[in-house]
Write a protein that binds this ligand. Sequence first.
Ligand code: G6P
Ligand code: MG
Length: 220
Amino acid sequence: NKKAFIFDLDGVIVDTARYHFLAWQKIANELNIDFTLENNELLKGVSRVRSLDIILELGKVEASQEDKNRWLIQKNEEYLSYLVDMDQSELLPGVLSMLHYLKEKNQPIALGSASKNARPILEKTGIRHYFDVVVDGNDVSNAKPDPEVFLIAAKLLDVSPENAIVFEDSVAGVQAANIGKMTSIGIGEESVLFEAKYIFEDFTHIEESFIESLINKKTN
Ligand code: G6P
Ligand code: MG
């Protein structure tokens, strides 16, 4: 069986979760909403529009569509300001060797991200060429935990969901992979990602023999 490896972006490939947090925190501060790192877990994997709604709900703030649109633009401008100097050094530990290993083994690779900023990040970090397919926030209408983004990626790679393996750092993303009947691999903390089929702290903890066994696994 042909397999496919689908990577989430923010928090899996690059540590942009931190930048999303800082940008949202700035908006929250201006609105006098207390927004902590713990609250931020709720935003991981979630679209920009939905993220703002969650923050406003946390602060019990009601806002007009006009205000919301302004804050969404402001948040993205702040976020983009953190990406200006981004380069390959911001890839998370072990990511580059994993991409390299999968390419060497001729495995199909896709990006499956909710972000509308995914493509410039792949270019800046110099890893665009590893991906056979890129599916991002511009291509989907249903946000994770809906599996749409991963299902589109698998389809474009001509692989059935059962043969797709998904790397995710968010609860919503792990759920999306599970709902899509894919093999979910959580990258991060077990206490957060316990719904994943496998969990690793980061890519340096994943042995080549483990990936090999996934590649050789027979499915129906
Ligand atoms: C990813 C991140 C979220 C972010 C979303 C939209 O899923 O984990 O924190 O809100 O993408 O990103 P964007 O770059 O389009 O605002
Ligand atoms: Mg993520």
